[in-house]
Design a protein around this ligand. Structure first.
Ligand SMILES: [Zn+2]
Length: 157
């Protein structure tokens, strides 16, 4: 991490905290060369997780996709974005814990349902009733992304 004033790479961390952005950390640093202080935002490197689709194809785990699916299920429910972000974060952490960096897509679907069940029963039933028609969470998420507004209304009923 280069000093913003003198370019020296020697600095010490004074303070460190997670920023609001997921996987990002805010550090207050002091340059050991010129002693000036500066703030950096550093990304926590996480290994990519592959989702194994029903047909055996792989696709990288996409937190935004999971979030969209959960938001859809939680529409008009008393569930905050902070709660939704927490669910997405928990699911990503569960996936990160997999030994071989690969997770079955059906497992992701189960995690989503589990999290929704703990949070809001109606959102859970709404998600589960639509999801169960799909064999594959990635197909379900593609459907959510591509479907027209009138299809989305059907899901919300
Ligand atoms: Zn410096």
């Amino acid at each position: 991490m280069k000093c913003q004033f003198c370019g020296s790479t020697d600095s010490r961390v004074l303070d460190s905290r997670n920023s609001l952005e997921i996987n990002s950390i805010r550090r207050r640093r002091e340059c050991l060369n010129c002693l000036k202080r500066f703030t950096t935002f550093e990304t926590i490197e996480t290994l990519p997780i592959m989702v194994i689709k029903h047909d055996g194809r792989r696709q990288q785990l996409d937190g935004d996709k999971i979030k969209r699916g959960i938001i859809r299920a939680c529409e008009k429910r008393p569930v905050s974005i902070a709660q939704i972000d927490k669910m997405v974060d928990d699911i990503q952490k569960l996936a990160q814990g997999s030994l071989d960096q690969e997770v079955e897509s059906s497992q992701i679907g189960e995690w989503v349902m589990q999290k929704l069940k703990e949070t809001d029963e109606v959102a859970y039933i709404r998600f589960a009733s639509v999801y169960r028609k799909f064999t594959d969470i990635t197909h379900f998420m593609d459907f959510i992304k591509e479907c027209k507004p009138e299809d989305k209304l059907k899901i919300n009923k």
